[in-house]
Design a protein around this ligand. Structure first.
Ligand code: NAP
Length: 236
């Protein structure tokens, strides 16, 4: 299968790439980012299955990139302005990178699929967060305390837009939302936020890759779902 990792240069994207390179079910990987996707430490691309695609503005895809995306089976989208980068980013830019980039990716990868294609629908996984309410009445104190209510709502609304687009797509795309808690991995400070669950980097990457390869169990995955899935996959 051909997999796109949107944000393959990031913390989660790099682990997804490491595991995808080792997974024989994944035969082709497109690392799509604003800068070159480097091989994770200890990984090799001897099979030549990784292609790095650099696109500085992901609100518009050049023709050669659209061509590259025509036969994609699954995409895991990790690009976003994360809470730690919010202070240095204008709200317009947060919206552009977090919402517009994601919707453009979803729409483009769906629309470039040949009409009448007998292939299974595109599987699109969107990495969101545990505290991303789809409704203002569900904004929790932790979000307001950290000044993250509006970005949480932006992401919750985006989750709903993605699921709605997939529902309306006549089975050209199926979508899955990954509502991750705090991800622990090498080089990350361990922080505790009341009510926010944790997940290990290798577990979440294994869970998302499993869903991309084998299909979605449900359209929204909680942090606990991904812990269980990831541990089960890695134990095999
Ligand atoms: N890490 C966590 O604990 C955690 C918890 C819950 C949810 N999540 C979500 O999981 C996803 C992945 O998180 P992560 O920790 O891997 O984030 P990350 O390391 O910051 O990486 C995210 C990706 O987004 C790209 N990106 C960031 N700003 C950009 C910009 N202005 N223009 C273009 N690309 C940009 C990064 O590119 P560069 O490499 O070039 O910067 C990278 O490829 C995000 O949606 C995040 O909100 C993360």
């Amino acid at each position: 299968m051909k997999l796109v990792i949107g944000g393959a240069t990031g913390f989660v994207g790099t682990e997804l790439l490491r595991q995808a390179l080792e997974n024989p079910a994944v035969t082709s990987i497109v690392g799509l980012s604003r800068r070159e996707t480097k091989l994770p430490e200890g990984s090799s691309n001897t099979s030549g299955k990784l292609k790095s695609v650099v696109c500085e503005d992901l609100t518009g895809y050049p023709a050669d990139l659209k061509k590259e995306l025509g036969d994609v089976d699954a995409c895991i989208w990790t690009i976003a302005i994360t809470p730690s980068k919010m202070k240095e980013t204008s709200w317009d830019e947060v919206v552009r990178i977090t919402r517009d980039y994601t919707l453009t990716a979803l729409h483009t990868m769906t629309e470039v699929r040949p009409v009448g294609d007998q292939k299974a629908p595109l599987r699109f996984i969107y990495m969101s967060g545990h505290f991303a309410p789809r409704d203002r009445s569900h904004v929790v104190k932790q979000l307001t305390d950290f000044g993250l209510a509006e970005v949480g709502l932006l992401r919750g609304a985006l989750e709903a837009q993605i699921l709605d687009y997939a529902d309306q797509s006549k089975n050209r795309v199926v979508a899955c939302i990954a509502k991750s808690g705090m991800i622990h991995g090498p080089g990350m400070d361990v922080r505790t936020v009341p009510g926010l669950p944790n997940i290990e980097l290798h577990d979440i990457a294994a869970a998302l890759l499993d869903q991309a390869v084998n299909g979605f169990q449900k359209n929204t995955l909680s942090n606990d779902d991904m812990v269980n899935m990831g541990q089960r996959v890695l134990a095999k």
